[in-house]
Design a protein. Structure first.
Length: 409
């Protein structure tokens, strides 16, 4: 029995690891074949939803004002969402068109985005060809809109950018979260794009055209994942633009990191419940992007729950039979060491390939690859907690300010 259960665990892990291993190989050894396209200067609405973000929203809007893209071709809009500070005032003084919303019943970014787009459509009609979504704590590189527009001109109507970090070197939590985001951008979304599959929006830094979506209808705790999954179900491909780089602030306290990831995990549960049948139907139609999205949704829960359940059952059976649990625990320890080594290698590969993008000292870049597996390991108990915990949207406090002049090229 012990041997069979161990093999089951090994097969489960192998399936998930090998699945992403193909993506890693594609990203390392393949390149996108870009087709020629006529350059058109499209008009964009830049959307920012902010709740008590007076400390950082000025930096974002300054980086948007300083784009290489013609200023007359884009406008910044801010939804000051249930704010009790000077967010709206700072945003207006930074040149943005600001709307304010006070609704403590419908709380969260999804509802704020929905209200913001409705205001823009009412006041500006069809003036904008596309909408770009950012978080208030972001800072975008100077050519961000230019790079996104180039991709838009190549026929892509939904585009995810590269999400980097403002505060990688703060501690092991911010570094772990930063590496995870870089890995998803560099190796998952990039590979999907090269293979012609649909990428996934990573919460911030994505574009969608007016013809694809003229209102925001996604209100789960992970509205970006819901959006990505729904587009896959509808057969709309999300492209990836690795040259459009933004810098996002990551939590530095375990409490904030816990609540952020608990919200994400609960959001995954919501999306699984809502979209399992549409995804299954898409798979039945032969959509690998639907299969990919379903695997993304189930991987955290499938891997954590099945692995935990199999190990727990094994321990119970051994104890009930009066057999020694030492061999099993020894085997489990070996598996954990192997898992640590695999995650460390992923973190190291992501660090090496993204070396110039990471804003930290060389020592920190290498050092935090060793804590990356520990950061990923904390996802599993959080995912389990999300199944049995009532989760509401809780704002994360942001305070990190960076100088765009010091950004890597």
């Amino acid at each position: 029995m012990l041997g069979i259960l161990s093999k089951v665990i090994s097969i489960i892990v192998l399936v998930f690891v090998s699945y992403q291993g193909i993506y890693v190989a594609v990203s390392l050894f393949c390149r996108e074949k870009r087709r020629f396209s006529e350059k058109t200067l499209h008009s964009y609405a830049v959307l920012v939803c902010a709740r008590n973000e007076e400390a950082v929203i000025g930096d974002l809007l300054a980086s948007i004002r300083n784009q290489t893209y013609p200023s007359e071709k884009y406008s910044a809009f801010v939804m000051a969402d249930n704010c009790s500070d000077r967010t709206a005032e700072v945003a207006r003084s930074s040149g943005a068109t600001v709307y304010e919303r006070f609704d403590m019943e419908h709380v969260g970014k999804g509802y704020a985005l929905s209200a913001l787009i409705k205001h823009i459509r009412a006041d500006f009609g069809d003036r904008f060809d596309g909408f770009l979504v950012f978080d208030a704590d972001n800072v975008v590189r100077g050519d961000y809109l230019e790079q996104m527009n180039d991709s838009f001109c190549r026929g892509n109507r939904i585009i995810a950018g590269c999400v980097n970090s403002k505060n990688y070197g703060s501690n092991w939590l911010s570094a772990g979260s930063s590496l995870f985001l870089l890995y998803k951008s560099r190796f998952l979304n990039n590979a999907r794009h090269i293979l012609g599959l649909s990428a996934a929006a990573n919460g911030t830094g994505f574009l969608f055209s007016r013809e694809i979506l003229d209102e925001w209808i996604y209100h789960t705790l992970t509205e970006d994942i819901e959006f990505s999954v729904d587009q896959a179900c509808k057969g709309n491909r999300i492209a990836y633009c690795g040259n459009a780089v933004l810098y996002d602030e990551q939590p530095t306290s375990f409490k904030q990191s816990y609540y952020q990831r608990l919200r994400w995990a609960k959001g995954y549960v919501q999306v699984i419940r809502k979209y399992f049948r549409p995804l299954a139907a898409g798979i039945g139609r032969g959509s690998f992007s639907c299969c990919d999205m379903l695997n993304t949704l189930l991987s955290a829960y499938g891997l954590s729950l099945i692995t935990f359940g199999v190990n727990l059952i094994t321990l119970i059976l051994l104890a009930a039979a009066g057999e020694s649990v030492v061999p099993f625990l020894s085997s489990l320890a070996v598996c954990l060491v192997k898992a640590y080594g695999c995650l460390w290698a992923i973190g190291l590969l992501t660090t090496v390939t993204g070396w110039k993008l990471i804003r930290a000292s060389a020592l920190s870049k290498i050092g935090y690859t060793f804590t990356y597996p520990l950061f990923i390991a904390t996802y599993y108990p959080i995912a389990l907690c999300a199944l049995f915990t009532r989760v509401t949207w809780v704002p994360i406090k942001h305070s990190v300010s960076i100088d765009l002049e010091k950004q890597p090229a």
